[in-house]
Design a protein around this ligand. Sequence first.
Ligand SMILES: [Zn+2]
Length: 520
Amino acid sequence: MRVKLSLILISALILILLLSPLVLPSKAPVRDEPASAPAWTWALFSQVQAMTPSAVSELEEIGPIPQYRLWLDVSFTADGPRLSGHGRLDYINNEGVALNELYLRLYPNGGLTYGSGSLSLDRVMINGKPVKPLLELGETAVRLELEEPLLPGETLVLEMDFSGEVPRDFSGPASYGIYDYTGGMLKLANWFPILAAYDEDGWHLDPFYSWGDAVYSETALFEVRITAPAEQMVVATGTELEAVPQEGGRVTHHYVSGPVRDFFVAMSPELERLTSQVGETVINSYYLKGDEAGGRKALEMAMAALELFNLRFGPYPFAELDLLETPLPWAGGVEYPGIVLISDKLYGPPEYLARKEPFFAMILSHEVAHQWWYSLVGNDVIREPWLDEALATYSSGIYAQEVSGEAAYQELLSGWWYNYHRARAQVEAPITAPLEQFHNNSIYYGIVYCGGALFYHELRAILGDEVFFAGLQEYLQRFKYGVATTGELLALFEEVSGRELDELYNRWLFAPVNMVSAEA
Ligand SMILES: [Zn+2]
């Protein structure tokens, strides 16, 4: 692998040198920080290793985007894990308007799905000058006022120190176990201050809830160095470039992510790993000691899912995809860029695995599908959560049908109807409603995941397979590394099919109460 990567690196280097007038952001006047424009170019040299060889050129096509360099130090004390970190964010204003302020989010301070942990921003400098962080929204957002407006195309360098405390044993009433230390496994969702998303509505500072996902963020490049005790097996978004031993029995793991919208980290001394490859992507299945049969099952399913989704949706562009068996208080799985968390409740001896297989396959294929719908094609998960969830759920149906057979698909379909009707009896919110209208996880699941998947079932029946999958491929191509909206998705299917689909859209997606007669 090392030889292959060096070749990729050298060819990328040559390519970048040849294309350097394109790569250097010529529109972007560099202010106060002469190193920031070359920083983008240099970032590509290492970021190349997070991509499959076929997708290396996408790094350049995407153009300059924000770039995080993060250092995380993890230690384990009698009181639990302690995090301290430092970061440098090379920010480029790609928003088309002058910005007077930046917003970062500190998600672990919001409680709810993050449990009872915290994240504090201890020091911020912008272009070398200290800036006072102004905490808002229950300390889940930080406003940073800029000395002078940052014009479109201009860059700035933000440096920050931060620290975090991670709760133990799913503490907090609505913990997802994603920022948590349980059973010797440390999981760190949103362990660093992350840029809030910005779009035509301005900075997105939505609250989050005890159901659904919290993080709406834009694509960036991450280069991350994680220092932890040597006995910890570290699992993270992206590709590990090297592991460098340090004094005191510690190791620094060095990662690059490619263009992604978040960077997840987990570690445990209790993990083992099985590895395989599909096309140009290495799949690692991390499982808890003793669960090798489940680790192997997860690996086989992920291989089938990756192969199928590469074909149906378009190629997964990253060199690595990780599966992680982990304690989760009640969810079957959770998705992050390049990583799929799977509940340890699905793992067990072979006879248990055989019994659980349909559910295991449903969870795993749903979470793997999120690598396309959420990670590659982003959406506002607070205001339009159906965009990624309905499509990931329907994708698990595509997996069931093509990998497990028509009977497995029919089984899922009747489950979707059951859950949809049950939730529909409790809430009038349409499938496309924002997160806040769903009250709890089971209603949210029934309407958005199951109702949304039923919409896709009917859309596919109307359009036929060829047009339906051409539509999904176009959706990926058009919005890859970007953000899609409901309006854009629906217009795209009308455009690709050449058909007017208003009746279907209104009946399924916008009517406060959908017509149950659609079942017939
Ligand atoms: Zn999902």
